[in-house]
Write a protein that binds this ligand. Structure first.
Ligand code: F6P
Length: 321
């Protein structure tokens, strides 16, 4: 029987636990021995590798985060530690690896494959949804639902007080979370790194809206823009003349009970990744584009900068303000 391992790298996402559960069950179904690598590439270097059983994954489908831990490993960026990582995998006779992670995690994996020849399949997993070659990354739907619930709650208090509420989402340099949230929560303002803006351009319109009866504003901004949520709130107070508050959602966006969509995508991503490894796709990322799964070369995925979908950006440009 062949041995296959799974690890999580980079920011955790809700959907990793359902993926880990299906990894164990599907591996056994396919006649493979499943292994866990704890704490990402750090655990690979320190030989925290353990055979996995059904018992290990019982009850984890409802939990956010990852049962096997994750890490951002600086050591794995260095060839000498990648060599140790390979030796540890060899000790357990593991020659196939499934990696749940983001762009940075895949770059390390690419180097690992080129130097050490380990067969792998990457599964895009980041709430930022910023990986080239895939429309969807595991965890995004749960994060969007958490943001939606938060904005809905914030709207209640914004409307009660005649206030502008500025809500900052995560996303690093990508505005996907903020844009989708703004469009689906009826926000009046959305600021993301992909679009240059000048707050002055909104002033006349917003003041007119207040004169015409608007009681409150919801602004959704991405953490990657140059100004902070507090600065945008100050602008509302000073230039628009409405009391304002800022909310930085932070890490609540990464946790929580995985949504149905993320549970289903976790299931599909894992089956696709393991099938691919068994069919001889040795150095690919499982990508989901235009409602289909595809194996894409890690070189293509990590070698091309991510760009936000043009159609989505067009929706932002046409936002009714
Ligand atoms: O990449 C996921 C992400 O949550 C980003 O949106 C955010 O900028 C970053 O990770 C936060 O990282 P950390 O959890 O290390 O503070």
């Amino acid at each position: 029987m062949k041995n296959i391992a799974i690890l999580c790298s980079g920011g955790d996402v809700s959907g990793m636990n359902p993926a880990i559960k299906h990894f164990v069950e599907y591996s056994i179904q396919k006649g493979l021995n499943p292994y866990f690598v704890y704490d990402g590439y750090e655990g690979l270097i320190d030989n925290r590798i353990k055979k996995a059983t059904y018992e290990d994954v019982a009850g984890i489908i409802t939990r956010g985060g990852t049962k096997i831990g994750s890490a951002r490993s600086k050591r794995f960026m260095q060839p000498e530690f990648r060599k140790i990582a390979k030796e540890n995998l060899d000790t357990h006779n593991i020659d196939m690896l499934v990696v749940l992670g983001g762009d940075g995690s895949f770059r390390g994996l690419d180097a690992f494959y080129k130097e050490q020849g380990i067969k792998f399949c990457g599964i895009p997993s980041t709430i930022d949804n910023d990986i080239h070659g895939t429309d969807y990354c595991l965890g995004v739907d749960t994060a969007l639902n958490i943001i939606k619930t938060s904005i809905d709650a914030i709207r209640d208090t914004a409307s009660s007080f005649k206030r502008a509420l500025v809500i900052e989402t995560m996303g690093r340099d990508c505005g996907y979370l903020a844009l989708i949230s703004a469009l689906t929560s009826g926000a009046e303002l959305c600021l993301i790194p992909e679009r240059k803006y000048n707050l002055h351009d909104f002033e006349e319109n917003f003041k007119t809206q207040i004169k015409n009866g608007r009681r409150y504003f919801i602004a959704v901004i991405s953490e990657g823009i140059e100004q902070s949520a507090t600065e945008i709130a100050t602008w509302f107070e000073e230039k628009i003349g409405i009391e304002a508050r800022a909310t930085v959602l932070g890490h609540v966006q990464r946790g929580g009970n995985p949504s149905i969509y993320d549970r289903l995508m976790a299931y599909k991503f894992i089956s696709f990744a393991i099938d691919g490894l068994l069919e001889g796709h040795n150095d690919s990322v499982a990508c989901y584009t235009k409602s289909h799964f595809k194996y894409k070369s890690i070189f293509e995925v990590t070698g091309t900068p991510h760009k936000l979908d043009k159609e989505l950006l067009a929706l932002l440009d046409n936002m009714d303000v």
